[in-house]
Structure formats: structure tokens, C-alpha cells
Write a protein that binds this ligand. Structure first.
Ligand code: NCD
Length: 399
């Protein structure tokens, strides 16, 4: 998994000799050593420099042929499901992010050689519409070698409760190994996890949780921070002030991100009109603001959220126009945050409602396209980790 330290130590004889041979700052080599991976744009230079040290490297030297879920100091990922961030300890999250980073580095590859999910069946069960999440799980499953079936069930044709249990019975007969489920009712994936014998992954349930989105957001941020080459101690998410803005009340993305970013130690803020801040949010480990000017002060990262009109049964904002005026992220409001602050959005975006196009489309500050890219890598990591945990549990049960 962490190939970089081995390569730096065995080929070049350590960080300093590697820095000299590659004509790079020792801090850069040290960051590769610590993160375990080397950005692809440097591979060519390294292959050339290594030849002078008598080592013949190829592109494959930069990723292990059979990626492994990290297992250090007796730790191994043993969670049977991915239902909520609260099910994970920090070590699980760090390891999932590390594996996600590995798959992000490999994204040039169309599929992994070994196909760690070969022979497994992944069922995608979406009771609510999705573009990014469903397609990225489908792609992730295929890249890992699984057989993937996607069942798109229009929300209107399905009633909650009994129908969900009926669906569970049907699914059990199909014998999937992994089930990705999105449902309008909070707790639906947890209910399926109780009824089925496969690993269940929550791809968004009501307003409750969207753990894989929070993980991919963290992966996107980490990757960006690593590239900016700041000092290592300041590079981590724990050193950042992050604002989550907009319709927090109806957002499962906000809830999962608050949980994850709190575990990683970020300084968190929620910004939104009082009608869109949930009751009790003051106990979530965040500071709450109602106006963008004070809320964005000193922020390194701004996560914007969609106004989730489909979940609103009443008027929560006077009009979209007024909402944009007070809470939409424009260049003017961005100036309240730290210079160079990064902008994120889980999508789908409503341009001119929560965000202006010039902010969303500015590649210098917007991470929105990168979030989609990281989505596939992070979901590969989650599927891989759950599948290995499942294999270990099955071997244990059989012995
Ligand atoms: C989010 C969702 O479905 O919760 N989108 C996503 O997964 N990319 C956010 C949203 O719908 O606004």
C-alpha cells in the first residue's frame, strides 16, 4: 500500500539522497514518504534518476500489484457495513482515506489487475434519484472486478415500510455480497442491514446520513492540501476552519460531514438562515452563524449545499432570489473568507441560488469537479475494505 517509503529508502537510500538525486526539496520527499504515495507527474523523473542508482523501475513500481487494505499494528478494518460516520473510529477513517488516496493515484488505470471484488455481486438499489453517487458506485464496483446490477426504483412507485422489507426478501434471493442503498427514509439502510446477510452501504438516507459523500469530501481536501506543499503540520484537515453553508436542516451531507470533520479535528461552522439550521445543532460541535459576512471570516474551506426543495413542506425561505442575495456564494461574499479559500459542493448545484457560476467554475478555488473524481476512488476504497472484512469474517465463521 504505502510504496513510497520503500521506494525512497531502497532505491535512493533515504529522504536526503532522494532529494539530491531528484533535485527536489527534502520536505517534498518527506511528504511522499509520510503520505506513502508519489504524485504521478513525478514518476518519469524518478524512473530516470533510479536508473542512475542501478534500479530499473516501471510505472508499476508506483503501485502494488495487489492493493491491500492497510493493516498496521494489528489493526484491520472489520466493519460489516457503512451506514454512518458514527460507526467508525478515527483509525478506520484514516485507513479508508489512505486507501482512497491510493485509488485516486491509480485512477489512470481502468481496472485493478487483481480485481479484489472478482466473483462478488454488487447491487445498487436507488429509491431516490442520483447521478454522481449511483454512477460512481457502479464504476467503482466494475473497476474492482465485481458483477454490478443497478436497480433504479422511482420513489413514487415505492411505499416505505412493508415494501422495503419485501424488497429485502427479493434481494436476499439474489444473494448479493454488497448492497448500496439510497432511500428517502432515514434508517432504511440500517433496517436492510439487519434483514440481509450482505454488507450494506448507505448512499444517502433521508436527512440522516451520507457517509460516503463525507469521506470523498475529506479525500478531495486532503489531496488538494498535499498538492499545495504547505508545511506538513498545517496540511491536515485538523488545522482548517471549514464552513458548511445553506440548507443544513434537510442535508444528510451536512450531518455526515460535521461528524467526520469533527473526528478529524477541524474548526467547524454552520452558516444559514435560522429556518434552515436544525434545532439542537449547537450541540454538534460547531459554531453557528446566520450571515455570511461574519460566518466566513477566517475560513479556509467553504462547503455549499443545495436548497433541498423536495424535502421542504412549507416555505423555509422567502424566495430563491432573496436567498441568493443573503446566502448565495458570490465573489463578493467569498472575499469575507481567507484569501485563497477553497469552495466545495456535493452537487447537484443550483447556480444562481446557492452559488454563482463564476465561483463554481473557477478551477483555482473550486474543488467541485475533483469531488466527483474522488467519489469513484473513495467508493472503490469503501467497497474494497468492506469486501475484505467480509472475507475475513467468512473465513473466521467457517473455521
Ligand atoms: C447530495 C444528496 O443526495 O444528499 N448529493 C449527492 O449525493 N451528490 C446532496 C443533494 O442532493 O443536494
Amino acid at each position: 500500500m504505502s510504496y513510497a517509503p520503500t521506494l525512497i529508502d531502497n532505491v535512493f537510500g533515504g529522504i536526503r539522497p532522494a532529494a539530491r538525486a531528484l533535485n527536489k526539496a527534502a520536505s517534498t520527499i518527506q511528504s511522499w514518504h509520510e503520505t506513502g504515495t508519489i504524485p504521478q507527474k513525478h514518476w518519469n523523473d524518478i524512473i530516470i534518476a533510479a536508473a542512475e542508482f542501478g534500479h530499473i523501475l516501471t510505472a508499476e513500481s508506483f503501485f502494488p500489484l495487489s492493493p491491500q487494505v492497510p493493516a498496521q499494528h494489528g489493526y484491520s478494518f472489520d466493519k460489516p457495513h457503512c451506514l454512518s460516520i458514527t460507526d467508525f473510529h478515527r483509525v478506520d477513517i484514516e485507513n479508508l482515506l489512505e486507501l482512497g488516496g491510493h485509488y485516486l493515484d491509480l485512477s489512470v488505470q481502468k481496472s485493478t489487475r487483481e480485481g479484489p471484488l472478482r466473483g462478488k455481486t454488487l447491487v445498487n438499489l436507488f429509491f431516490e434519484n442520483s447521478t454522481r453517487t449511483e454512477k460512481s458506485f457502479e464504476l467503482a464496483g466494475k473497476r474492482l472486478g465485481a458483477d454490478v446490477i443497478s436497480m433504479n426504483i422511482g420513489s413514487s412507485s415505492v411505499k416505505k415500510g412493508e415494501t422495503l422489507l419485501d424488497t429485502a426478501t427479493t434481494l436476499n434471493a439474489m444473494n448479493p455480497d454488497l448492497l448500496v442503498v439510497r432511500h428517502g427514509a432515514s434508517g432504511a439502510p440500517a433496517l436492510l442491514a439487519q434483514k440481509l446477510s450482505c454488507a450494506v452501504i448507505n448512499a444517502g438516507d433521508g436527512m440522516h446520513a451520507h457517509p460516503t459523500q463525507a469521506l470523498l469530501d475529506a479525500l478531495t481536501l486532503r489531496q488538494k492540501l498535499q498538492e499545495t506543499g504547505q508545511k506538513i503540520d498545517k496540511r491536515d484537515i485538523g488545522g482548517l476552519r471549514i464552513a458548511i453553508c445553506g440548507d443544513i436542516l434537510h442535508s444528510r451531507v451536512a450531518r455526515s460531514n460535521v461528524q467526520l470533520l469533527n473526528i478529524l479535528g477541524a474548526d467547524l461552522r454552520l452558516i444559514g438562515p435560522p429556518t434552515l439550521i436544525p434545532i439542537g445543532a449547537e450541540n454538534w460541535g460547531v459554531d453557528i452563524f446566520h450571515d455570511m459576512e461574519t460566518g466566513l471570516e477566517g475560513c479556509d474551506v467553504i462547503m455549499m449545499l443545495r436548497l433541498q426543495l423536495e424535502r421542504m413542506n412549507g416555505a423555509f425561505v422567502p424566495s430563491k432570489r432573496e436567498y441568493y442575495h443573503y446566502h448565495g456564494l458570490t465573489r463578493e461574499k467569498l472575499a469575507y473568507a481567507k484569501p485563497g479559500a477553497l469552495v466545495m459542493h456535493p452537487g447537484p448545484m443550483n447556480r444562481g441560488v446557492e452559488i454563482s457560476s463564476d465561483v463554481a467554475d473557477d478551477p483555482e478555488i473550486s474543488l467541485i469537479t475533483r469531488q466527483v473524481e474522488a467519489g469513484v476512488a473513495m467508493r472503490m476504497a469503501i467497497l474494497h475494505a468492506l469486501s475484505e472484512a467480509q472475507n475475513r469474517a467468512q473465513i473466521k465463521a467457517a473455521s
